[in-house]
Design a protein around this ligand. Structure first.
Ligand code: DGJ
Length: 402
């Protein structure tokens, strides 16, 4: 148990992949999540697992925490819970993953979207659930789930794709692995799901400067990302969308905007196991997107050093100023053991972003860890470097690096 920090305590470090106590001294339980900033407060939403002894693998709901300094978090409780009613899509046994919340300034409502799998169906349903609330901390009212973009073609669909394969009916009986496979690209999954809607698994949300919101998700058996503009109220899809990184098998995508350009981080598809992160950039959100490779690097380039000052070291109780301690066992080539979940802009610090990762522990998902690292923008790429702890002051001045 840790003591409640004093109200003036605003520069605490963030320790990587270690239990992160909330205001009650309980480890934060918000996995695959995202952080939304609203009126001076950060809200962290994520998958909440019941307890360490539970044999139930699925999250029991979406939990929210609030903070003004990104380090000290207050538990706001479960804001969307599964229900007992077996007829409900969010009945116990369903899978709720990667919840994200955005605020609609016109309707003044908060939209919560998540990846939903139906009770007893494994990862077959691949649906998007949506709920809405009047306040960031909920309660969120569950509206419905859907396979997005039914009956519409993406902006970049080819005529051949639109013509559809003759064997669409047969395709419905086929099963695909959800991971890289030479079989998947041979089939027109886009056409297969034209009428019923497109598959939607790992997902994220992004609100652009003009108020338009986007839903980014792994589709077509995880082979291809879809980026779909939401309706003006953020509660359905507009029908305007594109396919991205065809047959590149991306998961865990997250988006941000810096200096007018769009930046993306994602992972490969290896279940809960870490793999090399990926990154991409585009001048228009609709593309073309340029793949940039793994943004994680072992050491920050000259001029972008993340080393702590002697006083910071002293403050943190480290014995010497010998360099950044390396407590992780997996390096940059495996995303430091993590998988991306959010690119978080820091309020009041233009150009300062935190890349949020989950370190999954699939035998007990509640104990999965968090790795939050600073993003450093260069002219044509961005990098993510190990830093334990992440001291908030390390985010100062990031804007000058681009
Ligand atoms: C990887 C995804 O990123 C997670 O959100 C989760 O869906 C697991 N796969 C399930 O295996």
């Amino acid at each position: 148990m840790t003591e409640e920090p004093p109200a003036t305590h605003t520069r605490s470090p963030i320790f990587q992949d270690r239990p992160w106590p909330d205001n009650n001294g309980v480890p934060i339980n918000a996995h695959g999540g995202g952080v939304m900033f609203h009126r001076g407060v950060y809200y962290w939403f994520g998958e909440s697992y019941r307890d360490a002894n539970s044999t139930e693998p699925q999250a029991t709901g979406v939990r929210c925490y609030s903070s003004t300094d990104l380090c000290n978090w207050k538990d706001e409780g479960i804001v969307l819970a599964r229900v007992k009613d077996p007829r409900s899509e969010i009945t116990e046994g369903c899978v709720i993953e990667r919840p994200k919340v955005i605020y609609n300034a016109t309707t003044r409502k908060f939209a919560l979207w998540f990846h939903l799998e139906l009770n007893g169906e494994g990862y077959k349903a691949a649906r998007s659930g949506v709920a809405v609330a009047d306040r960031p901390t909920g309660p969120y009212v569950y509206l419905r789930s859907e396979r997005p973009d039914a009956g519409t073609w993406p902006i970049n669909a080819t005529e051949a794709q639109k013509a559809g394969p003759k064997e669409v009916e047969a395709l419905k009986g086929m099963s695909f692995s959800g991971g890289p496979s030479p079989e998947t690209p041979k089939h027109n999954l886009l056409a297969r799901d034209f009428h019923g809607g497109q598959m939607a698994r790992d997902m994220n949300l992004f609100v652009d400067d003009d108020g338009k919101a986007y839903h980014l998700f792994a589709s077509e058996e995880n082979s291809t990302l879809h980026l779909s503009r939401l309706s003006d109220d953020y509660l359905s899809h507009s029908g305007e969308w594109v396919r991205l990184f065809e047959y590149k098998w991306n998961e865990a995508p997250a988006l941000c905007k810096h200096k007018g350009r769009y930046w993306m981080i994602s992972s490969g598809c290896t279940g809960w196991a870490p793999n090399p992160a990926r990154s991409a950039v585009a001048d228009s959100i609709w593309g073309p997107w340029k793949e940039l490779g793994n943004p994680c690097i072992e050491d920050a380039p000259t001029g972008e050093t993340l080393k702590l000052t002697p006083s910071q070291w002293k403050e943190l109780g480290y014995p010497s100023v010998g360099g950044i301690p390396r407590k992780y066992t997996l390096g940059a080539d495996h995303t430091f053991g993590g998988q991306s979940t959010c690119l978080l802009p820091i309020d009041g610090k233009p150009g300062a972003f935190i890349a949020m990762f989950d370190v999954w522990r699939p035998t007990n998902l509640m104990t999965s860890g968090y790795v939050w690292l600073p993003v450093v923008f260069g002219r044509d790429r961005f990098t993510v470097t190990w830093s334990d702890p992440l001291h908030p002051s390390l985010l100062d001045g990031r804007a000058t690096c681009g």
